[in-house]
Design a protein around this ligand. Sequence first.
Ligand code: GLV
Ligand code: MN
Ligand code: MN
Ligand code: MN
Length: 418
Amino acid sequence: MTSTTGRVVAALDGARLWAELHDLAQLGARTDGGVARLTLDDNDIQARLWLAEQAKAIGCQVRVDPIGNMFVHLPGTDPDLPPITTGSHLDSQPTGGKYDGAYGVLAGLAALRAFREAGVQPRHSLEVVSWTNEEGMRFAPGTSGSACFTGVRRKDETRALTDADGISFGEALDACLTRLGEAGIERCPLGTPMQTFIELHIEQGPILERQGAPTGIVTGIQGVGWFECEVRGTANHAGTTPRTARQDALEGACALAAALRNAACDDEDLLRFTIGRFQVFPGSVNTIPERTLFTIDLRHPDAGTLTELEARFQALAAQEWAGCTAALTPLSRIDPVAFPEVVTDVIAEAAAELGQNAPWLVSGAFHDAIHLAGHCPTGMIFIPCKGGISHHPSERIDANDAIEGARLLTATLCRLAM
Ligand code: GLV
Ligand code: MN
Ligand code: MN
Ligand code: MN
């Protein structure tokens, strides 16, 4: 290990990182031990203000861009060079855990603090980012901040999204920006250049835990398509309408859902097919359903397979199901990415330097890094989570893995920024 990397990694305060993860989890804490910090709600705003306080304590400037992404900046010796950026997201699922997203932001802060403590100023500036609305639960689809930052989605489109109460993303964002402004947080432009982006995250799957590895090097992220399927039938009296006269939208939806799932099963090893929301209207015990809505989350590491399956799904939706008609609407599509070797090799070298056994793996979950990969050389580091469980209050990580992940991030930043 070079003496500089050694000094910075040695200055990393793992106990403080662990304590801060649990301090932050108080903002939006659920009684079951989980976290509900929905995009741009009061807990999310409190978390942003908390991040700004931590950054100021390290002597770093904090700025916010027009979509609400927050950047903590540690200046390098050459101000003309683009920053090396790390980070993740502070929003959570409604029944989320303490570490999904938050871990990557807080470990980034811990790394910046380690540079300060070691008295090392890198050549490139270092930045920690917290992207807005990764989860997409209050405003769908997610990854809004990183998608707008990289030009994958338009800001006006995103501002027009509404939550279940009819509040627009734009209204909620403006209220948040006002509060951040009152706290003295300055604005910065959208889509500024980055030298490299590294996201550290919990794996949200079982692979690293099964391998007994404290960290993993992510080779890429599989692609994902979200769809909404509507099945239309005819409402009528549940007791009097004979079978031959029924167009039951739930019966049609069940048959179509089973056919879609069967079509997806051809490639069971790699393909992921999930119906996560199913709604029946009018939702009366003694009325035949008139309309059924369900969502599909479809994932595969190959873009061509996703496209082929979408065509097969459309063909199935065009058929008649129990006398009902159906329509399949794409909600969002993100193509798979492979991270470049110029980044994964640097992470691998840093892991070797730290003596870590860091296997290579593909990410099953999407992350903001999927968009950043089109903006600058990007990579990801994973740590295990207990039982592979996430998006649930029982999400857990091991303190030692959390510290090893932060050490690997810090050593990687040293290699990239010096
Ligand atoms: C995002 O968390 C996903 O669904 O992969
Ligand atoms: Mn996440
Ligand atoms: Mn998540
Ligand atoms: Mn995610």
